[in-house]
Design a protein around this ligand. Structure first.
Ligand code: ARG
Length: 444
């Protein structure tokens, strides 16, 4: 043995996180936001048994990192694979009805011991990673048996005792809960982890609900992680989509159910342990963010628009004010604005083209996917679209991805979308776009 202590994994996480960020502004902003809620209400984090089994070190380091920055989430873990193995070893066959584990009396001691062991394994690992965690394997969920004849000792929470959770938070510890419930008279029952999470979320009303999984998010039809889902605009479409399989449909329904029960400001994130810090402390995140979300209003003139709010949005998004008289002379062809006025697209006319005059999205709205949602509405409305952007605009990467053609000249780039357009047909309108007077005050 050497006297040298290894660099704690927590430090690695912080270094990793900071190296991924352009500056500390985002992390400070989110830290401020997360610290502003009562600590037991900051986040409920659900961890599947498979993650404890396959990625214990990563999980422990991610959870320990949160205490390092003063946050105390409430963690609920399952133990599916561990239970399968233990019950198998005890000669008890695993049987499921509607996704619930049928639990006969003889399985209860095995379940109790296995979940308690998983609980302690996780608590120890968090402590070894430099975090503070309180083992709460039972005592939180009071439960009623669901249907003893069919399911055996499977319960549904009838009461959630928050005092243990609150005490841990007061002591600066993350409470680590297993899904063991007790009937009113103190007999142990097995509770499905998703059902336990729902009851806890209902009782706590947390700001964030996080699912830590091996896949790190919900996957789109090409197997890439979907960055954000706004249920108000996306839910029906996703539920209809052919590529959304049964498992994902159930997950989406479960998450919608969770969010319907929470304030609008709350959100669900699905990510993997190694990405937890990036998901929580950056706008862009790393995983899938799901919100109840807001709708996008469409207006055909200035009448339906709150111009003061739009002015605030544009000023904040670009860091510059519109030039004097801008709103007065604006002739709106079509505008798309989210309920909160945190993302908007304003289109006017340029000859016979639809001209995107302003596309303004606040940073946090970008994290929620609102910018993209507005963009989709816009391009559905205007399959042929032209716009311009300062060459220094950080959004240009997105514009280059989205456009069918672009011309760059000095400080401006003009972009357009539309099928079957010859470059020669673009000449006149592109020149018109270059020649438009600036609509925002000059950059400092
Ligand atoms: N950090 C913010 C949050 O946790 C935004 C996360 C954005 N994540 C994403 N996958 N789009 O609420």
């Amino acid at each position: 043995m050497t006297a040298q202590t290894p660099a704690p994994p927590v430090r690695q996480t912080i270094v990793q996180l900071l190296s991924q960020m352009r500056d500390g502004k985002e992390i400070r902003e989110y830290l401020h936001r997360f610290s502003g809620v009562d600590q037991e209400r900051f986040a409920v984090i659900k961890v599947g048994g498979a993650v404890i089994q396959d990625d214990l070190a990563g999980l422990a380091s991610a959870l320990a990192f949160l205490q390092t920055v003063g946050l105390t989430p409430v963690v609920v873990h399952g133990g599916g694979p561990q239970l399968d193995t233990a019950l198998d070893a005890a000669g008890i066959a695993t049987e499921r009805v509607n996704g619930l584990r049928v639990t006969r009396q003889n399985a209860i001691p095995v379940i109790r011991d296995t979940l308690t062991e998983a609980n302690l394994t996780l608590v120890d690992a968090i402590r070894n990673a430099g975090g503070r965690a309180a083992a709460v394997p039972r005592g939180v969920f009071e439960a009623k048996l669901l249907d003893e004849a069919i399911l055996g000792r499977v319960g549904e929470p009838s009461r959630v005792r928050l005092d243990l959770v609150a005490a841990a938070a007061r002591a600066g510890q993350a409470a680590i809960l297993a899904c063991l419930g007790e009937t009113e008279d103190g007999c142990l029952v097995n509770i499905n982890a998703d059902v336990a999470v729902r009851a806890l979320v209902h009782a706590l009303q947390p700001y964030k609900v996080v699912f830590l999984t091996g896949t790190g998010g919900l996957l789109d039809e090409w197997g890439d992680i979907l960055s954000s889902i706004n249920l108000a605009t996306d839910f029906d479409e996703l539920m209809r989509a052919e590529w959304v399989n049964g498992g994902m449909r159930l997950k989406l329904e479960e998450i919608k159910r969770l969010l319907d029960d929470l304030p609008l400001s709350s959100s669900v994130s699905i990510t993997r342990p190694s990405e937890l810090a990036r998901e929580l402390f950056t706008h862009a995140g790393a995983g899938t963010l799901i919100r109840r979300g807001e709708r996008i209003q469409s207006a055909g003139s200035k009448d339906g628009l709150d111009l003061a709010k739009l002015d605030g949005l544009v000023t904040k998004a670009f860091g510059r004010k519109p030039v004097a008289g801008y709103w007065d002379s604006l002739v709106v062809d079509r505008a798309f604005v989210t309920d909160s006025y945190r993302a908007a697209a304003i289109a006017t006319r340029l000859d016979d083209w639809i001209y995107l005059d302003k596309f303004a999205v606040l940073d946090d709205a970008r994290g929620e996917g609102l910018g993209r949602a507005v963009w989709h509405r816009l391009v559905d409305y205007a399959p042929r679209l032209i716009w311009r952007s300062r060459t220094s605009n950080p959004v240009n990467g997105f514009y280059f991805d989205e456009c069918d053609g672009a011309v760059r000249r000095d400080e401006w780039t003009v972009f357009w979308r539309g099928e079957d357009i010859a470059l020669s047909d673009m000449h006149a309108v592109v020149e018109r776009a270059f020649a438009l007077p600036p609509t925002l005050e000059a950059p400092q």
